[in-house]
Design a protein around this ligand. Structure first.
Ligand SMILES: *Cc1c(COP(=O)(O)O)cnc(C)c1O
Length: 385
């Protein structure tokens, strides 16, 4: 553990810094499945790489320190992290999830865990009174995201965690959209944080990975057991890449969020834009709560074009910004929630919750902001009927 408490420094020197044996400033890639034992019962502390690998361990220590938790765990994807965390529950348990939780989280609960007797219910977690009224004896956890996809809905994380504590249930937060640089749910009272490290933590769209952090020794032991038992661990090379990505998280997010604030303000004034969803705008839902619990509004923006703009033409006309799934990389990406991330939701329900056909989600990259704005603006022009 480093003695420097500023997160900007911890991102670079936190966890296990460098290599003691050689002085290498980077943690080596221990590309090994097993470790030689000197004799029966005499090992180096490393036995088999599903159970533990030094490169992965360096990453796990780092993320635990960044989130302010007791222990970290690295997985082969964000969904592997979530699935392993959900495996802590048993038949008869119910999880309350926020209404706009990541689609994959909904899918694994609905199509995998439900068959095993672990059920879920979907609630509007922005309404704390309503949320508390939905707690039944079988509810064992809240699973929330803030801001949540795609309308960047803000949930009061400290408020949710306080209700959970009162009823002796766990709070699990998917912190993918904010990362510990912008928001630390454990400090707000959460028990478990999960990440798709594929996004901002990796940061370069060249890696699929997941992380989890817990706030107690008891949960650490249970999750370590489950991680080893179920085995969806992150490999040594990907662990190295993720440590490498995390080193620049601070500078990347400073630029990502500065760009996002500029673009959100620009879009808000644009005559073609009906509505901008960005938690960093004072007019946004949950602006005050987000300001209290996070450093800023992050770098995800959703906006809705007016009905007389042709969305197909908009996407076709973009030159710099790519139409693609995923988010959080250095390059700006757009997606169309209605036909991409949220296509499985029936149109009437989608429209009711605000995921209209005109909605565009923008993952703001770190290019020169003028270039992103020029590209988006040209595409809006081209989309004019
Ligand atoms: C992408 C994503 C996930 C899933 O992560 P993978 O790495 O794709 O498995 C989970 N939660 C959120 C918020 C995401 O954006």
């Amino acid at each position: 553990m480093s003695n420097f408490n500023n997160i900007e420094t911890k991102l670079i020197h936190g966890g296990i810094d460098g290599d003691k044996t050689t002085g290498a400033v980077n943690v080596p890639i221990y590309q090994t499945s097993t470790y030689k034992q000197a004799g029966l019962g005499e090992n180096t502390g490393w036995e088999y790489s599903r159970t533990g690998n030094p490169t992965r361990a360096a990453l796990e220590t780092l993320i635990a320190e960044l989130e302010g938790g007791v222990a970290g765990f690295a997985f082969a994807s964000g969904m592997a992290a979530t699935t392993t965390v959900l495996s802590l529950f048993k038949q008869g348990d119910r999880i309350i999830i926020s209404s706009n939780v990541y689609g994959g989280t909904f899918r694994v609960l609905d199509k995998v865990f439900k068959n095993l007797g672990i059920t879920y219910s979907i609630e509007d977690t922005t309404d704390l009174k309503l949320l508390e009224s939905k707690i039944t004896p079988d509810v064992k956890a809240f699973f929330v995201e803030s801001p949540a996809n795609p309308l960047l809905t803000v949930t009061d994380l400290a408020g949710v965690a306080a209700i959970a504590k009162k009823h002796n249930i766990l709070t699990i937060v998917d912190n993918t959209f904010m990362t510990p640089y912008l928001q630390r749910p454990i400090e707000l009272g959460a028990d478990i944080v999960v990440h798709s490290a594929t996004k901002y933590l990796g940061g370069h769209s060249d890696l699929v990975a997941g992380l989890a952090v817990v706030n107690s020794k008891e949960l650490a032991e249970r999750l370590a057991f489950t991680q080893n038992a179920t085995g969806a661990v992150l490999g040594p090379f990907d662990s190295f890449l993720l440590i490498r990505g995390i080193k620049t998280l601070g500078v990347r997010l400073d630029r990502h969020t500065e760009n996002a604030e500029t673009i959100a303000k620009y879009l808000e004034k644009h005559e073609a834009v009906k509505h901008v969803y960005y938690p960093g705008l004072p007019t946004a839902q949950g602006y005050e709560i987000n300001k209290k619990q996070a450093k800023n509004g992050g770098a995800m923006i959703s906006f809705e074009l007016r009905e007389n703009y042709d969305i197909k033409k908009f996407f076709k006309a973009l030159k710099l910004v790519s139409l693609a799934e995923s988010l959080g990389g250095v390059e700006s990406l757009v997606c169309h929630p209605a036909t991409m991330t949220h296509a499985s939701i029936p149109k009437e329900i989608r429209e009711k919750v605000g995921i209209t056909d005109g909605l565009i989600r923008l993952s703001v990259g770190i290019e020169k902001v003028d270039d992103i704005i020029a590209d988006v603006n040209a595409a809006i022009e081209a989309a004019k009927a």
